[in-house]
Design a protein around this ligand. Structure first.
Ligand SMILES: Nc1ncnc2c1ncn2[C@@H]1O[C@H](COP(=O)(O)OP(=O)(O)OP(=O)(O)O)[C@@H](O)[C@H]1O
Ligand SMILES: [Mg+2]
Length: 322
């Protein structure tokens, strides 16, 4: 049995807008999404802002009812058997609040353990092992207000695991963390994966998804786009070479000419620090560079880099064509 089964899942948000002439508005956040997560799998749900990731997680964790389709979490129906699911799943949202700042990490965990009805005789050992897992052993008596955001987020993960859930939902667990904090959270997630915990993770960092996830589903605008292992998704762009050209702004007509250079599969423009970087996917390898530079005559070009495609290139391709 799959740990999570989502079949043609739909969700429409209905709200009223306007003060004087109130109109009904509808947002079709999920328009028939299907995927499965196996037990013990670390599964990534990826997609641009507004894709429907958080909506999906809220339905699976029983915080929101679906409008159509079906879902099963550990065999239970979130709409009909929410109690069965709540007992067996944990969730952590990125940028989560809801820790008691004036209390120590230990007191926070003790408090939530009581709230989640962790049996008294298991409480102490469970808290100790969770502190170890999230790398906070030795710091547990310090007040949470003195914690870095990375430490807080790891404490949130410990909180989400207190009732020993079979599945953990992590919605953008590294959002807003500095690189070191984010790496520590990834290490925590990786050790959970090693323990065989079923995890559904969302992130906007493709590097993170590639490093952590065993399988990925990409959704956009409430619709399913693609699913597979990171390697399978990358294979879609594997015959390509990526050329990054650092420029300082390129006019649209030039961009159009570049797009029509023989061998160009796609061009995306990214702003990085002071420069505008043109990310060119080439079907003919690095041989394409002189032709590109020819079209850029008269434009100042900085660094030119040739590299293998990454999951991010595959993602941009998938979502761009969705
Ligand atoms: N409570 C709500 N009322 C109305 N519309 C909503 C509500 N919550 C979400 N939406 C809309 O539903 C769609 C999906 O939102 P959702 O939060 O699931 O996306 P997401 O993939 O989690 O995006 P992000 O990457 O920005 O977190 C968006 O268009 C959003 O504006
Ligand atoms: Mg979200």
């Amino acid at each position: 049995m799959a740990a999570i089964e989502v079949h043609e899942l739909e969700r429409t948000y209905r709200s009223r807008k306007g003060v004087i002439r109130r109109r009904r508005t509808e947002v079709r956040a999920l328009q028939g999404i299907t995927f499965e997560v196996a037990a013990g799998e670390l599964f990534g749900l990826l997609g641009p802002n507004g894709a429907g990731k958080t909506t999906t997680i809220k339905i699976l964790t029983t915080l929101l009812l679906p409008s159509g389709g079906s879902a099963r979490v550990l065999g239970y129906d979130p709409a009909r058997q929410p109690g069965e699911i709540r007992r067996r799943v944990g969730h952590v949202f990125g940028g989560d609040r809801g820790l008691y700042d004036r209390l120590s990490a230990l007191d926070n965990l003790r408090y939530f353990a009581d709230l989640y009805r962790v049996p008294v005789r298991e409480k102490r050992a469970r808290i100790a092992s969770l502190l170890e897992l999230v790398g906070l052993t030795g710091r547990e008596r310090e007040r949470v207000e003195t914690y870095s955001r990375g430490m807080r987020q790891r404490l949130h993960i410990a909180r989400g695991l207190l009732h020993d859930p079979e599945i953990l939902f992590l919605d953008e667990p590294t959002i807003g963390l500095d690189p070191v904090g984010a790496r520590e959270v990834r290490e925590t997630v990786a050790s959970l994966r090693a323990q065989g915990k079923t995890i559904l993770l969302t992130t906007h960092y493709m590097y993170e998804a590639d490093e952590l996830c065993q399988r990925i589903a990409v959704i956009a605008g409430g619709r399913f786009v693609a699913a597979g292992t990171p390697r399978e998704l990358k294979a879609r762009v594997l015959d390509r070479t990526v050329i990054e050209l650092e420029t300082f702004g390129v006019a649209e007509p030039t961009l159009e000419r570049l797009r029509s250079v023989a061998g160009v599969a796609s061009i995306a423009s990214e702003t990085r620090e002071q420069a505008e970087v043109l990310v060119v996917q080439s079907r003919i390898g690095a041989e394409i560079v002189p032709a590109l530079l020819l079209e850029l005559t008269g434009t100042s070009v900085g660094k030119v880099i040739t590299r293998e495609p990454t999951l991010e290139d595959a993602y941009v391709e998938l979502v761009g064509s969705a």
